[in-house]
Design a protein around this ligand. Structure first.
Ligand code: ADP
Ligand code: S3P
Ligand code: MG
Length: 182
């Protein structure tokens, strides 16, 4: 499947969505397919602090993590021809939301609560925001966060799809979107 060329397509693509939906995994594959650089905002923050997000939350606090996240997104969003995977909490900050929607093609990767719950056990360890939360609290967070992701250009629902199928759908929906913009 080829990616259509037009004037709009130099814009970087930003992936948003709840923790564990696949932003990092899918973003890397979409970048390979489009022959673009892949930027994972969490990885950039990790590189700066030489610590995982969990360690940054514990040692420096969430505020420091969010401030760095804001700086990183502001920096990369303005660059062209990237695929950028944001953290699931990035759209909590209006500044990030505005800059991403203005500069990038924002794709919301969606997952149902039921599918997410099935995946949750492999996610909790490396997601400090989930630490100490029971299922009811995680469900509340899931629905609260969902409101943040309502602002996007494209949405791809990932339920029951393999990683490869989601990647195909992302490329497909980008092509359709760019065709409309032509
Ligand atoms: N469509 C999918 N089907 C099954 N597992 C998936 C799918 N997408 C992602 N995963 C798995 O879910 C986990 C979280 O993925 P990740 O890309 O880190 O999510 P995010 O960056 O959104 O937090 C990884 O173990 C990944 O392999
Ligand atoms: O939703 C959140 O608040 C967070 C999501 C994480 O990214 P992923 O969505 O890639 O897991 C990471 O940025 C940090 O742990 C906080
Ligand atoms: Mg990620």
């Amino acid at each position: 499947m080829k990616f259509k060329e037009n004037t709009f397509n130099k814009k970087s693509i930003a992936l948003i969505g709840f923790m564990g939906v696949g932003k990092t995994t899918i973003g890397r594959l979409v970048a390979q397919r489009l022959q673009r650089d892949f930027i994972d905002i969490d990885k950039e923050i990790e590189r700066k602090y030489e610590m995982t997000p969990s360690e940054i939350f514990k040692i420096h606090g969430e505020h420091t993590f969010r401030k760095t996240e804001r700086k990183m997104v502001s920096h990369f969003a303005k660059q062209e021809l990237k695929v950028i995977s944001l953290g699931g909490g990035a759209f909590l900050q209006d500044e990030i939301k505005h800059i991403s929607l203005k500069e990038n093609i924002v794709i919301f990767l969606d997952i149902s609560w039921e599918s997410w719950k099935e995946r949750s056990s492999i996610l909790i360890d490396r997601r400090p925001v989930l630490h100490g939360k029971n299922t009811t609290e995680m469900k509340e967070l899931y629905y609260k966060r969902k409101e943040l992701y309502a602002h996007h250009h494209l949405k791809v629902t990932t339920d029951d799809l393999s990683i490869e199928e989601v990647t195909d759908l992302v490329i497909d929906s980008l092509n359709n979107f760019l065709e409309i913009k032509e």
